[in-house]
Design a protein around this ligand. Sequence first.
Ligand code: CS2
Length: 497
Amino acid sequence: MTPLLTNLNNLPGQVNRSRYTPSDHKTGIVHLGLGAFHKSHQAFYTDAALQESGGDWRIIAASMRNTQLPAQVNAQNGLYTLVVRKKHGADARVIASIDHALSANDGTGNLLNALCASGTRIVTVTVTEKGYGFDRGQGGIDRSNATVAHDLSFPHSPTGVLGLIVCSLQIRRQSGIAPFTVLCCDNLPDNGRYVAQAVIEYARLQSPELARWISDNVSFPATMVDRITPAQSPQTLATAESITGCRDLLAIETEPFHQWVIEDTFVNGRPEWEAAGALFTDNVAPFEEMKLRMLNGAHSMLAYGGFLADKKYVRDVMRDASLAALVSRHLQAASSTLVSISGINFDDYAQHLLERFSNPEIAHETAQIAGDGSQKMPQRIFQPALAAINRNAPVRPFAFATALWIHYCTGVSPNGVSYKINDPLASTLGKAASNDNPLHCVKEFSQIPGLIPVELAANAQWNQMLVSQLASLRECGIRAFLDKEASVAAASDGPIR
Ligand code: CS2
């Protein structure tokens, strides 16, 4: 029987693995949100930093909901294989930066203890856009969120991100333990300030004095994170096993490219993540905007278009001539809404994204990216659309992407098959999308709070374009609609409006 991956020393000699001795390093980071992205990104960077510069920076990784996963991680002593799929073939590295895993929901209080430990100097977070229970535009702390409601009622046994961070900071303050840095690694605009606002507002509900202390003593650096990471599949496990000779239930696969841009404002030290290429800067916003509008914006557009056109993976979308042309158009339109970044050429960045999306080895499902559209569309599509209008730049690609999303929200495929909309606003979106009249349908979407910015929803050019795109999509059907739009893009001279 193939042995389980539990020990770096039992691996065949040629397997790429961490060259440090894991047990020589204590923990310094608690991560909230133990998922595939954490393993392909922050844990990978930390592994490189431990190897290059050492330090007590191993990770205690917490799953927010899953109670089985931590047991699996602990059974493998935190070790897992990171399979890197290149255009031809795969590399792998066994990562050793995770010390052990915990669950936020097991009722033991172990996670709270880890957050309070003086050794914990950074708390990293990846809980997705919807995972915070905070809406910066709409009334702040979301008391209707079940986790938030629980934590407000039982502030000393929290299970959610805000409750855990605030409760542990309160205990650290009372016990004279220095605070930690909170590092948000989710694809949210201005993510540092977003989490700072959420934490401080949540703390204020308990004690204005604590809120003030947090605001004076805790830092929330902004970050831009990037690495395309599909969900684990049976192929991931098979490739990992063929390389390491071990069974590895935690193996994960990713692309060769990775990027991390971080504001360097840590209050209690940090690992040398530069070892794996992290870039420290005092202004992350332009990088974040570039990534959200170009990579993520094009991703959302191609996910809805691709899903409706029966393309399972992003790489299949890129093999479709019309869709590929529309992805290029989207990247160009998104880049024209950005402020320039010294040393970065947006055309080169776009070209590189097209190559990454086309990687034939990466099985990234359009259905995965299509989830949670209500949480993603504002920063990926609506904000750049508004910026485009204000700069008199092309807006049609954004209306096109929005029409695809609205159509996707009907929950019925072009062949009449129903699918589930994975979105916290699923029923509201589904109801609005089923409005037969394109004008009224767009109006209904515009009235959903916190979605389409008021200024954009009130713009006649935007509305007219969106209504006509939606009407055309409904009339022609998805295939003809995509081909028609691709020929509009091809015929357009200069920037595509
Ligand atoms: C994707 C992102 O699922 C999605 O919405 O757009 O997860 C994307 O793959 C990452 O941001 C890449 O860094």
